[in-house]
Ligand binder design. Sequence first.
Ligand code: GLY
Length: 313
Amino acid sequence: MSDRVPKVIIHGGAGPALEDKGGLAAVREDLHAVVAAVYQRGEAGDRALDCAIYGCQQLEDRPRFNAGYGSVLQADGQARLSAGLMNGVSQRFSGVINVARVEHPIHLAAALQANPDRVLSELGAAELARELGLPPFDPVTPQRLQEWLQARQNHFSQAMAGVVATDPQARRGTIGVVVLDRQGHLAVGTSTGGKGLERLGRVSDAAMPAGTYANALAAVSCTGIGEDIIDECLAARLVVRVSDGLDLGAALAKSFSEATLNQRDFGAIAITQQGEVGWGKTSDVLLAAYHTGSGLGDTLDLGPGTATGVVSP
Ligand code: GLY
């Protein structure tokens, strides 16, 4: 039985620069608190999959992030949540798409890990929530409702809602957690309220292998414009590149240089079986924080434009 130093990286969205620096400090505090709590679980010997579920749940609970409580509203004024979960050891993906009135969509994705039908949309996901005895939960915060009312008053001229609740100018959010546990096993979870103001039935990348993917060698969670992430098949692309022999730095550099040429707007976080912890972004900001076992770090002070980075073990 191997006894590795656990690694954790999480994100809380990507998008245009946050003008509200007070917002940035608060985001940093939230991300650091969550990444430290997930690391503690990993250090205590919890499985990567359980750590990823726990981290997603913690981020879904924090209303500044666009997932779970505090999710943005779709065009019709409803919050519909999506989450994807992948266990790198079993290479098993599960997820829910556009489910309303649940508190933790990641728990539904977790329940589906052992189910023969592993990705459920709206009605099926709602039925699963009922089956699991989860009480109905309204994830709409007063701030998100105000944003939607304002958008309606402006005849929905704004394309999407905000990346974090502190800055209505900034857009695009999702949360994600990637973990390497003491056994050397990887897992990843991603959860989102979507783009906000999207048309009914639009499907996020979070519950697709484009946005959430893992095998025994690498695990990746993405954030940003779902359509861009899907077009690049970003999470799976990165995992396959690492599996085919590229180190994480080279896989990120190649994938984000292609993404820049294609004018994509997104970010990704990743961990490899070797213990490399990395990130990449084309967006101005990537709200990510990591714990390598030697300490905490984050990507909040990166300047605008494409950047990638890796912390090697
Ligand atoms: N990446 C979140 C979304 O576009 O739905």
